[in-house]
Ligand binder design. Structure first.
Ligand code: SF4
Length: 943
């Protein structure tokens, strides 16, 4: 192993006992956390009161980071040492770093020699730190000579990047979080901010409390908790956002709500856009978007007349075959009304991932170069080649995420190196992705985790460090760079992502003889960052005035921060000068185009995917924590009650969800968030948590079996927010269910072990439950009873074996029940055939209710619950374990006729729900309003 000495900070990680500041590793809000460690384990994680992104607040995900870091859990899922598959059909074997990286370097060199540099590719991640990203980008474009490097940020932010560049001239969100406090009108579009960016949503709630004049408009196909809280909700049809924005601007023009002086002085291209806008009459737009005309007019008036209009938007705009046009047409609206470059105003794209911004800064995408340079620009290519000290940077555009895997599938790309991401869960059209991973000559997976589905395909597994072990920087949605410090030493033989790339690069240089010296001389992460800083000189994101010392002494800083500056710039374009050739912003004259795959008679539903409140991405981290399942315990598809009634579906029934690309069975649930003709599935549910036999017996692939690979023509971002599907009842008469407490130190291993068993059934899911203890729940359904040996094997995993098991069998009906008791309480339960006793047995087990008084009832054929049994229901407040039934009981006992806000205050005081992270507050409001629909709050009406 030829690694250089670790950085000073890394070296110091072992015995650290003091508090260390870093950031939450989940979303782009970029909350600061303070981590306490005894040097070997983390003992506390709390919000950093001084971090300007959150001032101490954390959401449910951030506030459970401590639980995810427990050694008992980490040991079960982490990749601890390099592994290599000696040949395709063999199992991977543990090897040294030298062997692993030599084998990867030799394969890269031979493939590039034989097929050219574009026969290899890198697929990286918005979870990486900026330093990791920088080195991989330089490795691909500067050393190997291919632009085939793309990132999972392509699935997340590339339309926002393209939209900003097309209109404002650079990929720079112009706003800061303080603008939420200063706005008079907030337009949330394509974002369930209450779930996706909860800490910012708390800030918005505070702003509304302080300023009763502040209005909130939400446009979204789903009536989410964010939409429910709005003053005006526009339930637009999927993909119609461009029509909405054009329509709003048409009305602003007609009603003299535009800012001609701003348009004249600071923009160009308005005359052409005006011609397009003519057709977007209120009547046409209302019909196209499926909304009321008066609501459309109201939205336009509020937006145009407000002193400060701020748009907050995310994947609803980006994950679309017209994502760039959606972003650009929303920015048009801001430019035409002068709602940009002043406090409380502007188009503010919320970043999904923790460091998607950092990746954009270093040009870690197939079409970008360092420091916001464009690959297509020969001057930019020459600048970067000079900065890196290489002859040239290749001019051929690299393959973007979906294109890359399609090229792997066809054999055009032969070797793919996947870093810190799980494409076998997150990319659309999983059948294509799986074929690609099977066809590749070599799949290298570099990850902290060995339990992802993608890791199953790895020929080479390279263990990387993870949150609390890493050393570097990240940038959040408001362009704020934070230092991320290591708290723990790397687990096992894990190395930092940048270190692995540097070691590979040095081997590649040596073995291929491609360089006399090295392009990768870095010994510590700070040296990488310093080089990155140098590439930003004179660019829009110039950070030449910053250093790691400054970040550590003064705290997180926004860019730009050029040499000589004493602070970063809060807000961009306050002078009305834009980074374009003319200095003026450009209106984008974009047409409205409907979704790429409209619903039709064969596939009549529009399926959208999105975030659940307490889970993150593919759940490789949040999925480790049992209590984070409490809010959404199992995979499901949400439909409108009317659509369910028309199809004779009841809650919990299984349905086949089928698109032109694939199919997956889900339990269905009725939801008042959905319009007729629409359906929703949490984006997190991959094959790790649900699957089934599938048509050819090769298994089904979770939520992205059905999603669409249709791309935006500019940003190449796939349309994950819409796929045309059919939903048909799955007639699976035989059911099987096992649940029980499992030692925390083996619960995750058990989940992984059960993954192949899930493919033995037509449908199966495997999730966690519990709070102080960890429970595992395995659910399956099929056309016929599973073989007894399969059932016995799964039951044995839950400790359901031996003489102590209470048994009931009805061979004639094919029903069985198995129960294991511990200390007079249920410890594990198995139900086969008739599983309808689940509802009370699970409640008894989960809430540790003594069962001695039930006697023979535990084994009676009847599924009826014991007399007086009241189900606890869904947990709404995860911080204080408050369930829906607790809330309803408390409301029923409270005084009648109080306002919703007073009822909320009473609940918070009595049950503490909503008083910690606040993530449940929108749902508490919803429960209060549905309980007492007559007490409508002025702050909660729909306009
Ligand atoms: Fe983490 Fe939640 Fe903050 Fe996002 S909002 S950074 S998930 S604590």
């Amino acid at each position: 192993m030829t690694m250089e000495a670790p950085s000073a900070a890394t070296a110091a990680a072992g015995p650290v006992t003091a508090s260390t500041k870093l950031t939450c590793c989940y979303c782009g809000v970029g909350c600061g956390v303070i981590v306490e460690s005894d040097g070997t384990r983390i003992t506390d994680v709390r919000g950093d009161p001084e971090h300007p992104a959150n001032f101490g607040r954390l959401c449910t995900k951030g506030s459970t980071l401590l639980l995810t870091a427990q050694p008992a859990l980490q040991q079960q899922v982490r990749a601890l040492h390099p592994e290599v598959r000696p040949h395709r059909d063999a199992a991977r074997q543990r090897v040294s770093w030298d062997e692993a990286l030599d084998s990867v370097a030799r394969k890269f060199i031979s493939t590039v020699r034989e097929h050219g540099p574009d026969s290899v590719a890198f697929y990286v991640s918005g979870q990486l730190l900026t330093e990791d990203y920088y080195v991989f980008n330089k490795l691909a474009k500067g050393l190997v000579g291919t632009n085939n490097i793309d990132t999972n940020s392509r699935l997340c932010m590339s339309s926002a990047v393209a939209g900003y560049k097309q209109t404002l001239g650079a990929d720079a969100p112009p706003n800061c979080y303080e603008d939420i406090d200063e706005a008079e009108l907030i337009f949330i579009v394509g974002s369930n901010m209450a779930y996706a960016h909860p800490v910012l949503y708390r800030r918005l709630e505070d702003a509304r409390k302080r300023n009763p004049e502040l209005k909130v408009i939400v446009a979204d196909p789903r009536r989410t908790d964010t939409a429910r809280d709005a003053d005006l909700f526009l339930p637009i049809l999927p993909g119609t956002d461009v029509a909405l924005f054009h329509g709003m601007l048409h009305i602003c023009l007609w009603e003299d709500l535009i800012d001609p002086a701003y348009i004249e002085a600071h923009t160009e291209g308005f005359a052409e856009l005006k011609r397009t806008l003519r057709d977007f009459t209120p009547q046409y737009v209302a019909q196209t978007c499926g909304i009321r005309e008066d609501q459309l007019v109201q939205a336009a008036r509020w937006f145009g007349a407000s002193k400060a209009s701020l748009s907050l938007y995310c994947q609803g705009l980006n994950q679309s075959s017209s994502g760039t046009a959606k972003n650009a047409s929303l920015i048009n609206l801001h430019l035409a009304t002068g709602q940009i470059g002043k406090p409380g105003a502007g188009p503010f794209s919320l970043t999904g991932q923790p460091n998607a911004m950092g990746g954009r800064e270093v040009g870690g995408l197939a079409n970008l170069l360092s420091a916001h340079r464009d690959l297509a620009n020969p001057v930019h290519r020459a600048e970067v080649a000079k900065l890196w000290g290489v002859e040239s940077v290749p001019d051929k555009p690299g393959k973007t995420a979906v294109e890359m895997f399609e090229a792997v599938r066809t054999g055009e790309i032969k070797v793919v190196w996947i870093v810190c991401t799980n494409p076998a869960q997150s990319l659309p059209d999983q059948r294509m992705v799986r074929e690609a991973l099977r066809n590749a000559e070599m799949v290298i997976v570099q990850d902290c985790c060995r339990s992802t589905v993608t890791a199953d395909y790895a020929d080479v597994l390279l263990p990387a460090t993870t949150w609390a072990e890493k050393d570097g920087t990240v940038t959040n949605s408001e362009r704020r760079i934070s230092r991320v410090l290591p708290v723990l030493p790397p687990l096992g033989e894990a190395l930092h992502d940048w270190q692995i790339a540097v070691d590979f690069a040095q081997r590649y240089e040596r073995l291929s003889g491609s360089q006399s010296g090295t392009l990768f001389p870095y010994r510590i992460a700070e040296e990488v960052w310093n080089e990155h800083r140098g590439t930003t000189r004179g660019r829009d994101l110039d950070i030449t005035g910053l250093s790691w010392a400054t970040l550590e002494q003064k705290g997180p800083q926004q860019w730009p921060f050029p040499e000589g500056a004493t602070a970063g710039r809060k807000r961009l374009y306050e002078d009305g000068v834009f980074p374009t050739a003319s200095g003026k912003a450009r209106f984008a004259n974009v047409p409205y185009r409907p979704v790429a795959e409209p619903a039709d008679a064969r596939f009549p539903f529009s399926l959208t995917t999105g975030r659940l409140r307490d889970q993150w991405h593919g759940m490789s981290r949040t999925g480790m924590v049992a209590q984070l399942y409490a809010h959404a315990p199992e995979p499901s598809i949400a439909m409108s009650e009317a659509d369910m009634a028309r199809r004779f579906l009841r809650n919990g029934d299984l349905v086949h969800v089928t698109s032109r690309r694939g199919s997956q069975i889900f339990p269905v649930s009725g939801s008042d968030e959905m319009r007729s003709g629409q359906a929703f599935i949490g984006m997190h549910w991959g094959e790790e948590y649900l699957s089934g036999r599938g048509r050819e017996g090769g298994g089904t692939h979770g939520v992205n079996a059905m999603t669409s690979p249709a791309l935006d023509p500019v940003s190449k971002q796939p349309e994950l927010k819409h796929a045309a599907v059919k939903i048909l009842k799955a007639e699976l008469p035989w059911h099987f269910l096992v649940f029980g407490w499992v030692d925390e130190a083996r619960a995750l291993s058990l989940q992984t072990r059960l993954r192949p068993e899930m493919r033995r059934f037509a449908y199966a899911s495997c999730t966690l439950f519990g709070r102080e203890r960890t429970g595992v729940l395995f659910r399956a359904a099929d056309d016929y009873a599973a073989p007894a040996e399969l059932i016995a094997r799964i039951e044995a995993d839950f400790g359901i074996e031996g003489a102590a098991v209470l048994r009931y069998d009805d061979a004639r009906r094919g029903n069985s029940r198995r129960i294991v008791l511990a200390d007079g309480k249920l410890s594990a339960v198995s139900l086969a055939g008739d599983v309808s006793a689940e509802h009370w047995l699970k409640d008894y087990l989960e809430n540790a209710i003594p069962v001695a008084s039930l006697g023979r009832m535990l084994l009676m054929p009847s599924a009826q619950a014991p007399k007086g049994f009241k189900p606890r229901g869904k947990v709404v407040c995860n911080c204080f374990n408050v369930a829906e039934s607790d809330i309803l009981t408390s409301l029923a006992a409270g005084p009648a006729g109080v306002s919703p806000e007073a009822a909320l205050a009473e609940l918070t005081q009595k049950l503490r729900c909503g008083s910690n992270c606040g993530s449940c507050v929108p749902e508490l409001r919803k429960i209060i309003l549905s309980k007492n629909s007559t007490s409508a709050s002025p702050a909660l009406h729909e306009g």
